[in-house]
Design a protein around this ligand. Sequence first.
Ligand code: NAG
Ligand code: NAG
Length: 325
Amino acid sequence: MNCVIIVVFVHFVSCDLIDHHWEDFKKKHGKDFISQTEELRRKSTFEKNKQLVLEHNDAAAEGIHSYNLTLNHLADVDKSRPHLARGLSGLLGSRHLPKELKHRLEAPEEEIPEELDWRERGFRTRSLDQADCGSCYAFTVAMALEAQVFKKNGTLYELSEQQLIDCSVLFGNLGCRGGSLRNTAKYLQRYHLLTRDKYPYKGKQSLCRLQALYNTEGVGVKTWGVLPYGDEVALKKAVATVGPLAVSVNANPDTFQLYHSGVYDDRSCDGSTLNHAMLLVGYTKHSWILQNWWTSTWGQGGFMHLKRGHNRCGVASYAVYLKIE
Ligand SMILES: *[C@@H]1O[C@H](CO)[C@@H](O)[C@H](O)[C@H]1NC(C)=O
Ligand SMILES: *[C@@H]1O[C@H](CO)[C@@H](O)[C@H](O)[C@H]1NC(C)=O
């Protein structure tokens, strides 16, 4: 008899715990749902991810994985629902055109440091949030240009992602439904990018405005190029000599969405899909350091360490450098 009572009690406690987790999660991340049905769907995603995080982190503690996961603010987001997935991606494919493979970035091997982090050189930027817009391409390219201004001038000059979302549609991009690095680079060869305060982020596509100011102020791209496919040595040289690079990655795995710390190395993260863009800001001996646009709650304050040497997540499959005027 005692035994039965204990079993019932334990069951009750564990259910209670799950609800607490969910309530705490909602409160912590200010979650508010349009309906109870929606909340139930979100909660079911959360429960599934909770299981994944627990199992993964247990295995990580045993040395099976080199990285930890966490129930971050995206833990209730089911990427198979297109309107929810938008805020986690937004990269359209770029074609590899031979004439754009301007990858001869001369630098003798000995000049390339073994480790490098542009953040330590002073390129420390604010935490960024693409929100519900598939604008990773705009964030990535705007930040690559900010890095060029920093490298040239030593100043942090905030450039407008929103302008790219609204205005690069002329070059084939689709606003909040995505864009390619190539289209965005081509747009910036024609038009200057204004500062963020002149053209602030809304996270929604609007009509392109400020036509009159084009090319009288802001920052323009002089040259840009695509690095050779899959070549991580070229990636290292380029980030050391040119500066932070716009890279394409596969952000599909659930482990990517829930990444917390350590060196991300999910073998299922190959380059077969490139649906997201990030800024490559440096490297250690074993990892690439990537900046993301999913707030500072994701990863290590908004950054990820990604295993080097296996073209993991396709990081070297379509990497772009941009140089300013
Ligand atoms: C470059 O630096 C100068 C002097 O600090 C500043 O006035 C100018 O606005 C900077 N330009 C950019 C693009 O940041
Ligand atoms: C994972 O989390 C555990 C517990 O917090 C910690 O001891 C460990 O260093 C973390 N591992 C990585 C790779 O971050």
